[in-house]
Design a binder for this molecule. Structure first.
Ligand SMILES: Cc1ncc(COP(=O)(O)O)c(C=O)c1O
Length: 400
């Protein structure tokens, strides 16, 4: 047998790993209610806006099928910089680098910054790549706690206790996946205050859900920083409802010029992987440059679904949830001890018996996520109603 690298064989991605048994059930002819994946297109009623699809299709028809410049199409970089300026910091087109989604941006950032012995300090629970990728570069991800009994807000004492000179990247996911927490200006200022003491530390601000803030308090980290270096991440996947296009970006905010070497490393890496998809970049450009009033309609629908889920959960014995302020996730606590100790079995048994697919919380952090499940509330209310009926039935049947 040809050996596989330990790097690859140790990778887990909980969100897609649970799809394997679900696919097997579907193969046997069962219909599964899937509330596991944060892909708006997987749920009817939230399509990519037509003007963006048209622009993408037009780009294909116009023969825009060649490579683009490695850092992105100049007109898209300009539109992104203007969008970031509206969020409150002086981004220029040269600060913006277009990637195959935020996921590629993360891989490039980790490759450019991390080395043996360095650390990434990321929220727990967190979106899984923040744990999976850094180890490929010899680094280690350490989790700081989100407070499970206080709206999953940041535990600043824990962040302070875990910061040290080896931490090169301090991650904020805002709004958060999987908990839906939204941090406002005060939280961000507190985070910057801590990072300020560590001159080699960059804040990675994953703001891919920023247009799905239902609190009105969301602010960009870069807009609050006059000294600490920040890399803002965003893209077309969530707020523009086009995750399959694989377009995202990183924007470097470097007020005191500390990221010059990292920037050079990132640019070398970007050139070596050629470029992101050209027609997809033009589709995103149309989204940025056109009227965005459609977003309100989409958000209203998503918020209504969130409130429906909250109401159902409050009436089901065995479930509890902190009110999420943004994104389209909620991180639901399983109060029965048997599930507290084995959330993955809850997910797999629920799938087998009731054909509802969630993701186990321990997949987002073995310690800080256990005893929970992540639910995506993008399905329409009828589907959510049916899913909760089945979850309730399951909980009653297995009550200890
Ligand atoms: C916090 C977070 N960052 C990044 C991504 C992936 O972004 P992209 O589709 O741009 O690679 C996701 C997808 O679920 C996410 O939840």
């Amino acid at each position: 047998m040809i050996p596989v690298s330990s790097r690859a064989s140790s990778i887990e991605y909980a969100i897609r790993d649970v799809v394997v048994p679900a696919t097997e059930l579907e193969r046997q002819g069962h219909e599964i209610i899937k509330l596991n994946i944060g892909d708006p297109i997987a749920y009817p009623g939230l399509p990519t806006p037509q003007h963006m699809v048209d622009a993408y299709a037009q780009a294909l028809k116009d023969g825009r099928n060649g490579y683009s410049p490695s850092y992105g199409l100049p007109e898209l970089r300009k539109a992104i910089a203007e969008d970031e300026q509206r969020k409150g910091w002086p981004a220029t087109q040269d600060d913006v680098y277009v990637c195959h989604g935020v996921t590629e941006a993360l891989q490039l950032i980790f490759a450019a910054v991390l080395e043996e012995g360095t650390q990434v300090l990321a929220p727990g629970p967190h979106y899984p790549p923040y744990m999976a990728y850094p180890q490929m570069y010899g680094a280690e991800t350490v989790e700081y706690a989100l407070k499970s009994d206080d709206g999953w807000n940041l535990d600043f004492d824990d962040i302070k206790a875990k910061m040290n000179e080896h931490v090169r990247l301090l991650v904020l996911i805002n709004p958060n996946n999987p908990c839906g927490t939204v941090c406002g200006a005060e939280d961000i200022d507190n985070l910057l205050e801590i990072a300020r003491n560590y001159p080699n530390c960059i804040i990675v601000a994953d703001e891919i859900y920023d247009g799905l803030d239902f609190t009105g308090h969301h602010v960009s980290v870069a807009s609050r920083s006059h000294d600490v270096p920040v890399i803002s991440l965003n893209g077309v996947s969530k707020v523009y409802y086009a995750p399959g296009w694989r377009i995202g970006y990183m924007a470097l905010h470097d007020p005191t010029g500390r990221m010059s070497l990292v920037r050079d490393g990132l640019e070398r890496l970007l050139r070596s992987r050629l470029c992101a998809s050209t027609p997809a970049q033009l589709g995103y450009l149309a989204g940025l440059n056109s009227d965005r009033s459609w977003m309100q309609e989409y958000s209203t629908r998503v918020m209504g679904q969130r409130d429906y889920c909250i109401e159902r959960i409050s009436n089901i014995d065995g479930l509890e949830v902190e009110y999420p302020g943004g994104a389209f996730y909620m991180f639901v606590r399983l109060t029965d001890e048997q599930w507290q100790n084995d959330d993955k079995r809850f997910v797999l048994d629920l799938l087998q018996e009731e054909h509802v697919l969630l993701v186990h919380g321990s997949g987002f952090s073995p310690e800080l996520g256990k005893g929970h499940v992540r639910l995506v509330y993008l399905a329409n209310q009828d589907v959510l109603c049916e899913a909760f009926d089945r979850i309730e039935r399951f909980l009653i049947r297995h009550k200890s």
